[in-house]
Design a protein around this ligand. Sequence first.
Ligand SMILES: [Zn+2]
Length: 148
Amino acid sequence: MRDNWVPISASKYSLFLKELHRKREESKSKEKIKSIKRQSLSKEERSLVLQKTDSRCHICGGEIEGIWEADHVLSHSKGGDHSIENYLPAHKICNNYRWDYLSEEFQEIMKLGIMLRTEIERETNLGNSVAEKFVKNEINRIKRRKKR
Ligand SMILES: [Zn+2]
């Protein structure tokens, strides 16, 4: 974690993100080698997992009403096993955005997201151009989903 280190320039920060990306790809390919077939939870087990957080998503803290996933907190390759202790409930959307990233990367993504959220709310030049691009991406994402 970079608690005590602050990137000194935009290009250093970009390098830092690239390095994290590389580490993620590396750990993913290691995980594939070790991967054990994922077992699915029974209805009873899923209901126990949901009770652990009082029906809240462990990623965003929001209430779970519709579709949710049992998030495998510790992967098999890191010693996680197939017991309900190793699962927490998460919205499908939160889990999809979260699962692929290293925790270090996810912290950066949250910091960036929060900073950009403020820029967009204040309608700064940066905020406006990010919002424009983001809206375009969202429209395309929804169009792609409908085609399937
Ligand atoms: Zn959530």
